[in-house]
Design a protein around this ligand. Structure first.
Ligand code: MV4
Length: 449
């Protein structure tokens, strides 16, 4: 096992990684910006090193400073968490060159999955269903129009370096193709420094279903029950649940089989997530693979009893998976709310000091948070205050728990998304499990009830 892990992240995920290391008997080094000197991860890690000013480009994304901290502390591994450098193949590469184990997949695998067109072509060749569309990138407008004619409108143009919805354009008829093509390319060029795009059939109102996988370096791999992450606004997820209200055992096995085919095809090692779109007829299609631990991982932990972060560390240390597929059992239902420091109406971030903080509790209630009474949400980082996670034997039970927990959760001094979460959990369509990726837009556009 590792002796000392450096955590190249902040906030709740840094704390989550410290907890996993502690249970494994591994020492921890927190790196923090000047703005995070009084943060809980800086306090609870065995050691802490300041790596720069609040601006993340100068601290949490500053590779030389992080590597220097690792050398000073004598760390032998780095956990990148999510965001920041988690999916930066160059960072993974220089960690390995510096003799630090990167807790995640190989750099080649990160860069493969970072190219959505390459990932898509690899999946197609390996029997993973993909959305009808172009083979590889579209080099000019006319080629794109030909592909679009073949698959039929509506289509969507996507940046190969995309993710999080940037560099995407829907096109509903041929006359709009040209403008959308050039807009997507220039947006991708300025956002990612790569203007390459590809084309897919556009799905109206799909569900976003993802499969968590774990793979060790001995070729053993498992999948976990699906997460339904359709409740989102502008690609920011607000609520996630597992299992999906619309996935049955047969479909779950098919999704799992496809996810493991993706793992095999890419020689993937460590934790990852294979994302699918699910259409009205419950056909599913690969969209992309995330090569990091995700924000919503706790709901999968609740229903399986697997500690995903401990497994990540064990796998990186060369240990075999602790579980076989036959030991992965779906136990009950789990839901997460991401509580953000933002206006529940306009979604504008709402930084400031927390002047009162009371966490809900009781059986089946988990809160992952690095906030506390008196802590300050700064404008420099994402606005996540806490993840509220509930676990019950049924979906109805989990919803009842969530309603109770939301009513007990007190955060004062800043605006939060709690009022919005309370409304979502009273919505009839949500309660019936009838929702798609467009749910929140419709919900926000309709009058409050
Ligand atoms: C799509 C789609 C419809 N059709 N692809 C958005 C981010 C990126 N990961 C993929 N995304 C989408 N791809 C086709 N062919 C709709 C979305 C999409 C979406 C996907 C998952 C979760 C939320 C979403 C919100 C809007 C659009």
């Amino acid at each position: 096992m590792f002796r000392k892990v450096l955590i190249a992240n902040r906030g709740e995920i840094a704390l989550r990684i410290i907890r996993a290391c502690r249970e494994l008997g591994v020492q921890t080094v927190a790196v923090h910006s000047e703005a995070d000197a009084t943060s809980l991860p800086a306090r609870f890690a065995d050691e802490r090193i300041c790596i720069g000013p609040a601006d993340p480009a100068k601290s949490y994304r500053n590779i030389p400073n992080i590597l220097s901290a690792a050398e000073i502390a004598g760390a032998d591994a780095v956990h990148p968490g999510y965001g920041f450098l988690a999916e930066n193949s160059h960072f993974a590469d220089v960690c390995e060159s510096a003799g630090l184990k990167f807790i995640g997949p190989l750099p080649e695998c990160i860069s493969l999955m970072g190219d959505k067109a390459k990932a898509r072509d690899l999946m197609a060749k390996n029997g993973v269903p993909i959305i009808p569309g172009s083979e590889g990138v579209i080099s000019d407008e006319n080629e794109g129009i030909d592909v679009a004619r073949k698959i039929g409108y509506p289509i969507i143009i996507k940046a190969v370096a995309g993710g999080g919805g940037r560099g995407m354009r829907e096109v509903h008829e041929e006359t709009s193709f040209s403008a959308a093509f050039h807009a997507a390319k220039s947006e991708a060029e300025s956002a990612f420094g790569n203007g390459d795009v590809y084309v897919e059939k556009f799905f109206i109102e799909p569900r976003h279903i993802e499969i968590q996988i774990l793979a060790d370096d001995k070729g053993k791999m498992i999948y976990l029950p699906e997460r339904d992450c359709s409740i989102q606004r502008r690609h920011q997820k607000l609520v996630e649940e597992t299992p999906s209200p619309v996935v049955d055992d047969r479909l779950r096995r098919e999704l799992g089989r496809a996810a493991l085919a993706a793992v095999t095809a890419s020689h993937y090692v460590n934790a990852g997530t294979v994302e699918f779109l699910l259409d009205r007829d419950h056909n599913f299609y690969f969209i992309e693979m995330n090569t990091r631990i995700q924000v919503e991982h706790p709901i999968s932990e609740c229903v399986t009893g697997i500690d995903l972060v401990k497994e990540q560390i064990r796998i990186a240390a060369g240990k075999p998976l602790s579980f076989k597929q036959s030991q992965v059992k779906l136990n009950g239902h789990s839901i997460e709310c991401r509580v953000n420091a933002e206006s529940p109406e306009t979604f504008t971030p709402c930084p400031g000091a927390i002047t009162a903080f009371h966490l809900p509790g009781g059986p089946g209630i988990r809160v992952d948070s690095a906030s506390y009474m008196g802590s300050v949400i700064t404008p420099y980082y994402d606005s996540l205050i806490a993840k509220l996670i509930v676990h019950s034997s049924t979906r109805e039970g989990a919803i009842a728990k969530m309603n109770g927990a939301l009513s007990e959760f007190v955060i004062e001094g800043i605006e939060t998304s709690l009022p919005l979460h309370k409304r979502i959990f009273k919505d009839l369509n949500f309660l019936k499990g009838r929702y798609s990726t467009t749910f929140l837009d419709h919900f926000l556009a309709s009058p409050k009830t």
